[in-house]
Design a protein around this ligand. Sequence first.
Ligand SMILES: [Fe+2]
Ligand SMILES: [Fe+2]
Length: 281
Amino acid sequence: MADMDLKLRKVDIDFSDAKVHWNPDCPEFSHVFNAFSVGAPCIEPFLIKVMRQVNEQLPESASPRLRRDIELFNSQEGRHYRMHMKFNTVLHDAGYDTRESEAALKGDYKRFLDEKGLKFCLAYAEGFETLGPVLSGFFFDRSPALMERWDDASIFLWLWHVAEEYEHRHVVNSVYKLLYDDDYWYRLYGLAYCLGHLFHFVLRESNRMVKQDLATGRVKGRVRTRLRFGRSLAGLFAYAQPRIVFVAGRPSYDPAKLPPLTQAMFILDETSKRYGILEPT
Ligand SMILES: [Fe+2]
Ligand SMILES: [Fe+2]
């Protein structure tokens, strides 16, 4: 499939004018994803370490294409988390102190790698990658106000990130199927574990940011703020839940078969034009 030719785009976003409240309609929606952004420099290096271990375990029969996809997957994730680290300094400069929770999340991933074994880590990574196409759909289909402002640094960070998540959606799934004979129930366990672990982090951190906005007067109106926060979370859950349960939760789930997303391809093309592509050696 043409859209699945992974590319390493040399993205380096200038966040000097970036906004913390980048969703013009809803500061609390921004915080739900700002919390994800805080988690990105923890989880994405974990994915890379897992895929490096996987590389050493691949059977001789693994195709050169899959090996190349793993390499490009790691390079894309490397760019993602470095750009999120850069954006996260905007959050720190605006007074949101996330260092402790970031360190705790990093500690969780270190423990997974040290103690829980490759099958668990890969199933967790597969669960996380299941979110990629779901979040892509959420941004591209359900958030038209953001698409209109796709060029704003903070919005672009997310649109580019989820578009590349869509592009590499098949990689971890293919590897999991190959190494663990498509163990369905364990894949569901990894998915459920990852979602529980990650959403707990996102809920706690976004709630902290929303509370801080109210305490500092950056956002006014406690009831309206809480309602908007609740609506943002409910909108995301309402979109994600059926797609996770009825699509990704099926034994036949194969992300490679999800159809290309026109708007994601638009963002990827624009990104390639603007930043250029690093050709594989
Ligand atoms: Fe990523
Ligand atoms: Fe990814």
